[in-house]
Design a protein around this ligand. Structure first.
Ligand code: ADP
Ligand code: MG
Length: 705
């Protein structure tokens, strides 16, 4: 069959990976290049020309006309500026295709229009992109043609990070150095690197593109700002893991092929809880690559959707009343020779190295719970966290029965003597095999759950970069490792120091462990009594990145300077205010130009019909029409009042100077005014003739894809 899909053959076809390099680079250049990638070092300028040449030839053979430095500024999305390979025409008007080592290593986009949070004034336009050769170049095929994309870091003229990648790479270095110190203490002399492994599960919605185009809220803000609940929501739980519909299946198939070509290991796909919601998970990879790949996944999801007459919504809460979307950031630490530091083995109570790693993680997460919470803060995620569909806005750790029991033993007796076993699960059916049961159940309500040999940070927003969460994880764990290694390296008796250190850490930080239901109100009260921070919104979360504690942490490991932290806080405040401002203005637009006129039309028709019935048949009962008219007119007048209030408050807020106060004003004043406008509008949607309602309903959007 000619149309059989040969996945092994297409996988990585569009990636300038090690195999291609080996084939195309001179031997000595390849060797140096490989070493550079393995060490995560800087590219040797003496080989840059040869690498660029091979890359260009390879790209052009595959139809590429342009190249771009592909980077991740603080806008939340990726950025790129395309340059064609053509040279200036010669005297005969001919061009050649050029790409130098210099162009590969460094780019110089005009940086003045990217958010910098005051790190750079507009007149200081210089910014640099530098190739991160631990992430391979790839070819993107789309309506632009074929483009050679070079993953780069982005920084200012003075070297300050303006992107997601630079701090991530710095944090990876930090945890590598400190984790190696710990490993050496346990006698490991062979591992050369420790790398965070990350596997992000990505949730998304698909809606029909034609319907999407009729909704200004979706177009401008990515979420619905109005919309009454359809008769059916997700209560039957019939969508989760349900059979995948044909139209969606065709989309997923194309999406997988595109991702595989890009070397993204798209692995799992299924329907999610909410109608029209789905999930994709790749196989985990080194953090840096996982972050890049996740951006590629999000971009490709959107692109492929438009080819199928669909639109992919990555917003955290596109629809009120049904679940929103998040990302589960699965994280572990692995050595270059394949040892997972988070693997407890069969008898965790005897695995002292694992217990130290675990104790360090508990300490890190407890001490810096605020930073971890902040890393998941984005405007859309405020609608999810704490809303009984995503973890609460309180950080806690789920360890499961087996490990919690080991922790209990260590804390009470000072020594752990046994580990609970999973045992066997009896199915009770003769023809079915009995299954090995894991020692630990799952907990879907925990923000940070141990799942066998990794932690799953379940708070990240679906549209957000996973870089910030991993920057925090890497850095806080580097700090805990450093503290432990400092003490253990000095210890006269390693064994006893280790034992008492683990016990002390567990005693001090076990308050962060919570195995119960994170969605319950009792937990909120309990967490408060344990003194765990409960940070409810993005605007409340932002200041935690500029505390003394945060500055000390990040400066100690060279991940962020104080200036970079303050600039990031400023970018986030600005971003918050801008996003809510767009949402408010979109509501004002839709209410004033679409909903109110539609309701007026409806009431006018209702009044006319009422009059004509009265004229035709004076004794007819017209109470229904007149009651509807009264009710609708009252709601219409509520809407008008709420619209005026929202308009006023938005105008007031937009005039404020950027910063914390402005962001708070949007949160405290504009958001409630938006909710007040939505309430009567959604009630009206349930009354007004469907033909007159100016845009598709929730039912149309999520059930009729
Ligand atoms: P689940 O969380 O439902 O068990 P998986 O086991 O498939 O699902 O894991 C979800 C994600 O976690 C996948 O991207 C997977 O590759 C990733 N993952 C698995 N093991 C690790 C690990 N040791 N470190 C980091 N990520 C991992
Ligand atoms: Mg999972």
């Amino acid at each position: 069959m000619s149309d059989v899909l040969n996945v092994a053959e297409i996988f990585g076809n569009n990636v300038f990976n090690e195999k291609v390099m080996r084939e195309r680079l001179p031997k000595d250049v390849f060797k140096k290049m490989k070493k550079t990638m393995e060490d995560g070092a800087e590219l040797d300028p003496s080989i840059a020309g040869a690498v660029a040449h091979a890359m260009k030839e390879w790209a052009i053979e595959r139809g590429a006309t342009h190249y771009t430095h592909w980077f991740q500024p603080l806008t939340g999305v990726t950025a790129e500026k395309h340059d064609s390979f053509i040279s200036a025409p010669n005297s005969e008007g001919k061009v050649i295709m050029e790409f130098s080592g210099k162009e590969l290593i460094k780019g110089e986009p005009d940086a003045s229009s990217f958010p910098s949070g005051g790190l750079r004034a507009t007149f200081e336009a210089r910014g640099y992109t530098a190739w991160d050769c631990t992430s391979p170049a790839f070819l993107r095929e789309d309506a632009c043609g074929v483009t050679l994309c070079i993953p780069t870091a982005f920084c200012s003229y003075k070297g300050e990070a303006l992107d997601q990648k630079t701090p991530l790479l710095r944090s990876m270095q930090a945890v590598d150095t400190q984790a190696l110190r710990v490993l050496r203490l346990f006698g490991n002399t062979t591992s050369k690197r420790v790398v965070p492994s990350v596997g992000p599960e990505q949730e998304y919605f698909l809606v029909d593109r034609q319907k999407y185009l009729q909704r200004k809220d979706l177009i401008y803000t990515g979420r619905t700002l109005f919309g009454a609940m359809p008769p059916k929501g997700q209560e039957l739980e019939d969508h989760y893991f349900g059979a995948i519909r044909e139209r969606i299946g065709a989309y997923m198939k194309d999406l997988n092929v595109e991702l595989w070509k890009l070397g993204v290991t798209a692995k799992t796909q299924h329907n999610e809880v909410a109608p029209a919601q789905h999930e994709l998970a790749p196989i985990y990879d080194e953090a840096n690559l996982a972050v890049d790949h996740n951006q590629m996944v999000m971009e490709t999801m959107k692109k492929v959707a438009s080819r199928h007459g669909l639109t992919c919504l990555l917003h955290e809460k596109p629809f009120a009343g049904v679940n929103g979307s998040g990302k589960h950031n699965n994280w572990s630490l692995t050595t270059d020779d394949g040892i997972n530091l988070l693997n407890p083995g069969d008898t965790p109570h005897q695995n002292m190295q694992f217990l130290l790693v675990l104790a360090c993680i508990l300490k890190a997460v407890d001490v810096h719970a605020d930073l971890l919470r902040e890393s998941a803060a984005d405007v859309g995620n405020d609608h999810r966290l704490g809303a009984n569909e995503a973890p609460p806005a309180i950080i806690s750790i789920f360890l499961g029965d087996q490990l919690e029991d080991v922790v209990d033993q260590l804390c009470s007796a000072g020594e752990a003597t046994h580990s609970i076993k999973g045992g066997t699960l009896k199915t009770g059916v003769a023809t079915l095999p009995d299954l090995d049961r894991d020692a630990t159940d799952r907990n879907r309500t925990s923000p940070f759950a141990f799942t066998g040999n990794k932690f799953e940070f379940r708070m990240v927003g679906s549209s957000d970069s996973i870089a910030p969460a991993n920057v925090v994880l890497n850095t806080i764990i580097a700090e805990a490792f450093k503290d432990a290694a400092d003490e253990l390296e000095r210890a006269d008796n390693f064994e006893t120091t280790l034992h008492s250190m683990i016990k002390k850490m567990l005693m001090e930080h076990r308050r962060i462990i919570f195995n119960g239901n994170g969605y319950s109100d009792e937990w909120i009260a309990e967490a408060e009594s344990r003194g765990l921070p409960h940070i409810r919104s993005m605007v409340d979360a932002i200041p935690v990145i500029t505390t003394e504690k945060a500055i000390n942490l990040y400066e100690k490991f060279g991940v962020f300077t104080k200036e970079e932290l303050f600039s990031r806080a400023e970018v986030e405040y600005e971003n918050y205010a801008k996003c809510i401002n767009i949402e408010a203005r979109t509501m004002i637009d839709m209410a004033g130009k679409q909903i109110i006129p539609a309701v007026i039309k409806y009431t006018t028709e209702l009044a006319e019909s009422l009059n004509s019935v009265k004229a035709a048949c004076p004794e007819a009962d017209i109470s229904v029409q007149s009651e509807l008219l009264v009710e609708t007119s009252a709601l219409l007048s509520d809407m008008k009042v709420a619209l005026a209030a929202l308009t006023d408050i938005t105008e007031k807020c937009v005039a404020m100077d950027d910063g914390a106060a402005k962001a708070h004003a949007y949160h405290d004043e504009v958001m409630p005014a938006m909710a007040a406008l939505r309430t009567p509008a959604d009630k009206l949607e349930m009354i007004v003739d469907k033909d007159l309602w100016p845009f598709p309903s929730y039912g149309d959007l999520i059930f009729e894809v």
